[in-house]
Design a protein around this ligand. Structure first.
Ligand code: URA
Length: 307
């Protein structure tokens, strides 16, 4: 059946993409062989990363002064159309926008938001987004804009790629199957979902869950950057290649990025596998658990008790 074959091919493409094999959609799969030799010895993850959280982590109170958010007016949304405008696929190498690290987009903020002012500052960003039509995803069947979820003063932030069908329906990030696994990962770290901040590179669902196009990610990233500058987490975990690519401004395989610290907007950044990838290849959960243990050490967290 054509549908089944298509689904299998799509799952394979997603699998390779999560490993950091890029440009499958455009030009075949350069570097495929190198990228396939990725797996190393797996650490034993907690049982399905599902243990109940144990250690509570309080938010960090941030000192004054308080930055004043700028509010821009929200323009009326042009009439939506059913199909996404065609996106040119045969870019020459020089035409493909290169990712720019969040640190190079704009100077780091000189002020830190006091915890009490963070919710309002985040609301102001949400208002600026409005009923956004800045990129083609607005016309590609989006239902809800998925802003973020969690504690505005979180010490730990997770960044994924973009909403899927469940997130698009509910307007919240990571509420589908991948979200359940992310919740388990957070629980295994001794935290509750409400204690972290969760967002995505793009806030609207790409059609058929495809990877966001550079123009979409680059357009949307101004808002994620502002969210990070308000939350000012100590650690950001980039979930998968797309998050790592745009936060760090590098296009590298996950193998090259995992297991070391990177930096973004004053936060330390760890890169790990996307939960959707871990659902497709559960053998890699041990590797992801190693990444999370690095984060836990940095934040002084203790793993949740087993059972
Ligand atoms: N995958 C993502 O990258 N983000 C979500 O919010 C859900 C699934």
């Amino acid at each position: 059946m054509a549908g089944e074959a298509e689904q299998q091919l799509r799952a394979y493409v997603d699998y390779l993409r999560d490993l950091g094999v890029y440009d499958l959609y455009r030009r075949g799969a350069p570097g495929l062989e190198a990228d396939l030799g990725l797996t190393s010895e797996a650490a034993e993850p907690p049982p399905e990363m599902s243990a109940a959280p144990r250690v509570a982590v309080s938010s960090v109170e941030i000192s004054q002064p308080v930055a004043t958010p700028v509010t821009r007016s929200v323009s009326a949304r042009p009439q939506a159309i059913d199909v996404a405008p065609p996106i040119k696929k045969d870019f020459s190498e020089s035409e493909i926008p290169k990712p720019i690290s969040f640190d190079n987009l704009t100077p780091l903020p000189e002020v830190r938001f006091a915890a009490a002012h963070k919710p309002a500052a985040l609301n102001a960003i949400r208002e600026d987004i409005g009923d956004c039509t800045r990129c083609p995803l607005a016309y590609a069947g989006r239902r809800k804009i998925v802003f973020a979820d969690g504690d505005p003063s979180a010490r730990l932030m997770f960044v994924g790629e973009g909403p899927g069908a469940d997130e698009d329906a509910q307007g919240l990030p990571f509420v589908g199957k991948a979200g359940q696994l992310l919740n388990n990962m957070i629980g295994a770290m001794g935290l509750k979902r409400e204690q972290v901040y969760i967002a995505n590179i793009v806030k609207c669902r790409p059609p058929a869950n495809r990877v966001p196009e550079p123009v979409e990610a680059n357009t949307c990233s101004q808002f994620l950057l502002r969210q990070i500058d308000v939350v000012q987490p100590q650690v950001i975990v980039a979930l998968g290649s797309t998050a790592a690519t745009y936060l760090l401004g590098v296009k590298q395989s996950l193998a090259g990025l995992r297991g070391k610290w990177h930096s973004c907007r004053g936060a330390k950044v760890a890169v790990t596998y996307h939960p959707a990838f871990l659902l497709r290849d559960p053998r890699q959960k041990g590797e992801a658990w190693k990444d999370l243990q690095m984060v836990m050490k940095e934040l002084g967290l203790k793993a949740a008790a087993k059972g």
